[in-house]
Design a protein around this ligand. Structure first.
Ligand code: SAH
Length: 493
């Protein structure tokens, strides 16, 4: 029998998941998640992890709580680690306690990894500190989801509190909340803020007071999911509003990927307050090596095309019970700086170094060096196929792909919601266009399209996309500048 972990996903921004929560997510065999959980977080799961969505779809009934609990019990019976991922903190109006009780009754071990609740962290992202020495010495988190005809809240007591009041799930009841607080003696000028989608790129905030907020909400169209904050701390927003003032706030960028793993560019966009979606995502699939122990030992040179190839090669050696010292007469060559670094992490200084993954450079290297001995090129399926095609007439060279990179496409995918599509390599163009439908391709052409440099631009043109902007120099920094520039020019604030 497995274990269940109740994990708080934080208020929205995927980066606000705790370090412990992330580690559990990466190990999970099953993830059971809600509507308010940021989907980007799920990309951290391992390839074999099963996803179960239990959130409410618009126009559909939510999955009853008992059923969710039964799913947890059922999955724990056949999986080692089941993660129950809930928005904010699992014990703040998340019914996490009930899930824990059911697991306890079923004798299933469980753990809780707390999360940053939207009631505190969400406010911070709107520039509102939940307490402040001058304005509020306590805070109260209250459900605004009040059943008809039965109001469990003691409004008299709430109105008397000097602290900050934070209502969750309260948007449909906003008029009631304001009316009750006013009727019980709260001052009409008491500050009120509504924060929708707190800490996400699409965060919206509206402020007013107990008398004006209803009107302002109606005018702005702001709605659920939102936090309602009542208290003087709202007045600090102009000074503490770090998030909404960021250069790329409200900019939604689609970043098609060429490689798996972390993206520095995505990180930089997020650091500037932008919202990034990587699509399609790239999944690494292992390929079974073709060489035997004997054949490996007889290879004169091994050329690594990537750091992933280095990692997989060493895993392969381990499965063969081979020590790298057995290959002490084999010439080891790295292509690219990262590959060289990956080798040096294994304590190996490569005998040769090739700057880039270009067949010409590899050919040049081989011409200079032992062209007639047996050479083995190790990399991804794409790398080895590309290099192999050009080197097909050089007999002594063999390819051994150790992994494949496949675009992962998870629909539904709303291309319309992006403002900018940012291509950072030719392969990223290919990866995206390979998975788009005809309609989506038409939508793509209506968006601000950015290219990192001339090779990427040429690939865009080969797909019939001619309306795009190219970065000044082919660097991520230059691309970031272009994102900012095109945002200022093209998008209404
Ligand atoms: N456990 C969650 C709350 C779940 S109840 C937590 O600790 O944050 C769901 C309510 O939380 C929503 O109706 C909304 O009022 C609030 N909420 C959660 N995330 C939010 C966000 N990012 N922005 C605004 N409100 C949010």
């Amino acid at each position: 029998m497995g274990k269940v972990m109740l994990i708080g996903a934080g208020p929205g921004d995927a980066q606000l998941l705790t370090v412990k929560g992330l580690a559990a997510l990466q190990k999970a065999d099953v993830i059971v998640y809600d509507r308010l959980v940021e989907k980007a977080m799920l990309q951290e799961r391992k390839a074999s992890c099963k996803l179960i969505y239990v959130g409410k779809e618009p126009l559909h009934h939510p999955i009853p709580q008992e059923e969710i609990e039964q799913i947890l019990v059922r999955e724990a019976a056949t999986n080692e680690l089941v993660v129950r991922l809930k928005a904010g903190d699992p014990y703040v109006f998340g019914r996490g306690g009930e899930e824990g009780e059911t697991l306890y009754k079923a004798g299933i071990p469980f753990e809780v990894i707390p999360g940053i609740t939207s009631a505190i962290g969400g406010l911070a992202y709107a520039g509102i500190p939940v307490t402040h020495r001058d304005f509020a010495s306590s805070f109260h988190v209250i459900t605004g989801h009040l059943k008809k005809g039965r109001d469990p809240l003691d409004w008299e007591a709430l109105a008397r509190l000097e602290g900050t009041l934070v209502f969750l799930m309260g948007m449909t009841n906003l008029p009631n909340i304001c009316a009750n607080l006013l009727a019980n003696g709260q001052k009409p000028e008491t500050g009120v803020a509504i924060v929708q989608w707190a800490s996400r790129g699409k965060q919206l905030t509206v402020t007013g007071n107990l008398q004006t907020i209803e009107q302002k909400v109606a005018e702005s169209g702001i709605s659920s999911p939102a936090l309602i904050v009542v208290g003087e701390v709202v007045s600090l927003r102009p000074q503490l509003n770090f998030f909404e003032e960021m250069p790329l706030f409200h900019t939604k960028v689609l970043l098609p990927r060429a490689r798996a793993g972390k993206s520095k560019l995505a990180e930089q966009i997020r650091d500037l307050g932008g919202e990034v979606t990587m699509y399609p995502n790239i999944q690494v699939l292992d390929v079974t090596p073709t060489k035997t122990k004997q054949e490996l030992c007889e290879t004169r040179e091994i050329i690594f095309t990537s750091k992933e190839a280095v990692e997989r090669f060493f895993n392969y050696l381990a499965t063969l019970h081979l020590d790298i010292r057995t290959l002490k007469n084999t010439h080891l060559t790295a292509i690219g700086k990262q590959t060289k670094e990956a080798l040096s992490e294994k304590g190996i200084v490569p005998d040769s170094f090739i700057q880039r993954r270009s067949a010409e450079l590899i050919l040049e290297h081989l011409a200079r060096f032992q062209k007639n001995s047996s050479n083995l090129i190790i990399g991804s399926v794409v790398d080895t196929a590309e290099v192999g095609a050009i080197l097909s007439n050089v007999k002594a060279i063999e390819m051994m792909p150790l992994y494949d990179l496949r675009p992962v496409t998870e629909r539904p995918f709303d291309l319309e919601s992006f403002e900018q599509i940012c291509f950072s390599s030719s392969r990223s163009v290919q990866n995206l266009l390979d998975v788009l439908t005809t309609e989506e391709k038409a939508i793509l052409k209506t968006k601000t399209i950015l290219s990192i440099g001339r090779f990427t631009s040429a690939t865009l043109q080969s797909f019939g996309i001619n309306d795009f902007e190219e970065a000044d120099s082919a660097t991520p920094e230059s691309l970031i500048e272009l994102i900012q520039k095109t945002k200022l020019e093209g998008v209404p604030q």
